[in-house]
Every structure is written in C-alpha cells, then in structure tokens.
Design a protein around this ligand. Structure first.
Ligand code: CP
Length: 330
C-alpha cells in the first residue's frame, strides 16, 4: 500500500467519441469540498432530487448505460462503496468493485499511480478511498478519468459532506440561519472537516464539542475564521444543545489512534440518549455519518429527529447525481 512519487504525468482531458462536453462537473475529479461554490451545490441537489424521484418511480434507468465505475477501497467501507455501486447500477452502468485491495496487485507492491493508470483503461470514473491524506489528489494527477475522493485518511470525505448538506436541506428545508453542532472526534474525523468547510458557504453558526484530545484542528478553525464563520469550542454538549438545529455526532475512531491509552480515555466521552433528546429542540435533526458504535444509543433510533438512516439513503441520490454530472449526462 504505497504512494510512489513517480514523475508527474500531466493528465490530458479524455473525450470519448460522440460524448457531449457539458456541465460544471463534467470530466472533473472530486477531491475536496473547497472546489465547490454554492451554485455548484444547488445544481448537484437539483439533480439529486431528480434522481430520488426516478428511483422512487422506476428504480433503475439507463442514463449511464455502457459506463463503468471502478470502486477502489484501501480502507473498510459499507455505505460509501455500496452506495456508489448501487448508484452506477441504478443508472444502467456497471461497477468494478475492489473493496479489499488485499486481493489486488496492491499486495504485490503496486503503487497507487500504477493502480489508477490500470483502472482508467477499464473504467470511465474511479472512486477511491485511501488511508493517506492527499492520496486522491495524487491519484488524480496520474489519471485521465475523473477520480472521486471517497475519504483520504483524516483529510476529506467530500461526497459525505455533500450528502450531509442535502440531508439538512431535505429535513429542515434550508441551511442559512442554522446552528450546527459537531460532536465527538473532530480531530481525525474527515467527515466533519469536509462538512465544516462546505457549511462555510452558508450563513451558519458552528459549535464544536469534543474532548480536549480530539479538538477540531486549529488550522481548520482559522481557515473558517478567515471566511467569517462564527465558531465556538466546548467540552460539554449542554453548553449548546438547547440552541442546536443540527447535531452531527461522530464516532471516536479507534483505528486513527497511535496510543491505545488515549483511545480508552475518550472513547465514551459522549453518548446521545433519549434523555439528551428531551433537552433538544423539538425539530432538531440528529445526524451521524455512520458507522456508529456507542455514541448514539439505539433507543434514540425511533425518535423522528434521528435522521442518520435517512441520511444514508440521501447518499444514494447525491452519488447518482455526481456520477451523472461527472460523466456529462446530467
Ligand atoms: N459514512 C461512511 O463513509 O461510511 P462507510 O465507512 O461505511 O463508507
């Protein structure tokens, strides 16, 4: 599992015969949420709404018939990998799933650039999850086909942030004017890094609640300060629960800790229970990128404000929209 520093090959845009070049995202890699404007988001969400309608009406349709998606995961995944595969198949295309790189030539020492160069020969778009921050950007340098970042270490998870904002929009009808509280592992949590940056496009207030060990990276707080986002940090949820419109809970990620003692210190720092929900706003939305371990008790699942399973489903529509747009068919 290595990223070799091969000499950079400048990727040339690839335009298959007969393909129409159109749309903001056509042929582009999706690496970081920083590449998106608010207008981009509106366009993605409009297409995602159409996808939702089509899935509800007909289930599967042939918008991407003949297109192939390679789905390469160097880290475990349930939702991101299966929703991208479901997305391409619902659009009439097909997938090359490499969900366990142990069984690929990565085990023989093949580098990331060579792996994506191989897959571009077979696929039209490549979804990549990798444990190293910057891996998706590096892969995109070597690949003529669009790379979609499905999580690069503790860096970003842009498609998750897009589906998170789509979820808030579906659940509350707006983003502007909301107070969003992020809770849990804010240091290593790539989903909150991407979500905070994407929310900065809107008029929102952000609260960060975490143990001291897992604070939001100061560089990211400074970046958002520069963009004029009001942000506060807290150790206890009670400081901000009553004014929170969206509570975004994250798992303390055991796999990111070098020191197991530190994980033991913070693993059960916060647990959302029915008691917590009693003190929350009646229309607060409770989100989680999943998987969850113990940070939201299962007794909360039946609360109508618990949106995390709906959030997962919204991910399918957003990923269908992204594939259609990147492949120039939306
Ligand atoms: N939210 C998320 O990325 O889930 P998976 O790790 O299951 O893909």
């Amino acid at each position: 599992m290595q990223i070799n520093n091969h000499k950079t090959r400048v990727a040339k845009p690839h335009l298959p015969f007969g393909e129409k070049r159109e749309g903001r995202l056509y042929g582009k890699p999706i690496i970081s949420v920083l590449q998106f404007s608010r207008e981009d988001l509106e366009e993605i969400f409009t297409v995602a709404e159409e996808m939702r309608m089509m899935v509800e009406r007909v289930g599967t349709f042939d918008l991407l018939k003949g297109k192939v998606l390679a789905c390469v995961f160097y880290e475990p995944s349930t939702r991101t990998s299966s929703s991208f595969i479901a997305a391409i198949e619902r659009l009439g295309g097909s997938a090359i799933p490499i969900n366990e790189v142990r069984y690929s030539s990565v085990t023989k020492g093949e580098s990331l650039p060579d792996t994506v160069r191989t897959l571009e020969a077979y696929a039209d778009v490549i979804v990549l999850r990798h444990p190293e921050t910057g891996a998706a950007a590096l892969a995109a340098k070597y690949c003529r086909k669009p790379i979609i970042n499905a999580g690069d270490g503790i860096g970003e998870h842009p498609t998750q942030a897009l589906l998170d904002i789509f979820t808030i929009r579906e659940e509350l009808g707006r983003i502007d004017g909301l107070t969003v509280t992020m809770l849990g592992d804010l240091k290593y949590g790539r989903t909150v890094h991407s979500l905070a940056r994407l929310l900065a496009l809107y008029d929102v207030k952000l609260h960060y609640v975490s143990p001291d060990l897992l604070r939001m990276p100061p560089a990211l707080i400074e970046e958002l300060n520069q963009r004029g986002v009001p942000q506060t940090e807290h150790r206890t949820l009670d400081d901000v629960l009553s004014e929170t419109d969206v509570l975004y809970v994250t798992r303390v990620q055991k796999e990111r800790f070098e020191n197991p003692d530190e994980y033991e210190q913070v693993k059960d720092a916060y647990v959302i229970t029915p008691e917590t929900m009693k003190r929350a706003k009646p229309n607060m939305v409770l989100m989680h990128p999943l998987p969850r371990v113990s940070e939201i008790s299962i007794e909360v699942d039946d609360d109508p404000r618990a949106a995390y399973f709906r959030q997962m489903e919204y991910g399918l529509y957003v990923r269908m929209a992204l594939l259609a747009m990147v492949l120039g068919k939306a």
